[in-house]
Design a binder for this molecule. Structure first.
Ligand SMILES: [Zn+2]
Length: 173
């Protein structure tokens, strides 16, 4: 019986993992993804990671899933912006760049170099891939923006002598 490792190591030999049909189903601390430090407002928390090394469609492959609740910073109102990610990925391992074109579309080619490969790097790339280029609240921004707009409107009305009274009334409500 295979014993599931509690901790996912940073690097591993992907081809050995394919041979032993290594699988992982567990948590990886967000703080282990160094490149995410610049993007996330809060690096506390975990990413749920599922990994399955094996053979598919004639390729040594890795199928996986990442699920996490991230805290980004909205670039418009500078308030926290929660983002739930749930991303599946399929990699086909290749040993030469000339093989890239022959990898079927559902799989991403992954070039194996050296003895060990970084699984943390691979997962981090997958997380970065699903993050928005610029983080912004989808609909109206948070209360901050609403208040900002109300303030601007009130100032505009105040500069109009006839609407000054109305603005005053609105402000009092
Ligand atoms: Zn916002």
């Amino acid at each position: 019986m295979l014993i599931m490792p509690m901790q996912l190591s940073d690097t591993m030999n992907f081809m050995h993992q394919v041979a032993s049909r290594f699988s992982f189903d567990g948590q990886v601390a967000l703080s282990r993804f160094e490149r995410l430090a610049d993007v996330l407002l809060d690096q506390a928390g975990q990413v749920s990671v599922g990994l399955e090394f094996g053979m598919s469609i004639g390729y040594a492959s890795l199928k996986g899933q990442i699920v996490a609740d991230l805290q980004l910073e909205c670039q418009r109102c500078m308030q926290p912006m929660p983002l739930a990610i749930n991303n599946r990925f399929k990699f086909a391992f290749i040993h030469d760049e000339t093989e890239i074109d022959s990898v079927p579309g559902l799989f991403e080619p992954y070039l194996i170099t050296g003895d060990e490969q970084s699984i943390i790097n691979l997962l981090e790339d997958e997380i970065l891939l699903v993050l928005p280029m610029v983080a912004r609240h989808e609909q109206a921004c948070s209360d901050y923006m609403t208040k900002q707009r109300e303030r601007v409107r009130a100032e505009k009305q105040a500069s109009h002598p006839f609407s000054a009274l109305k603005a005053l009334k609105v402000a009092k409500e």
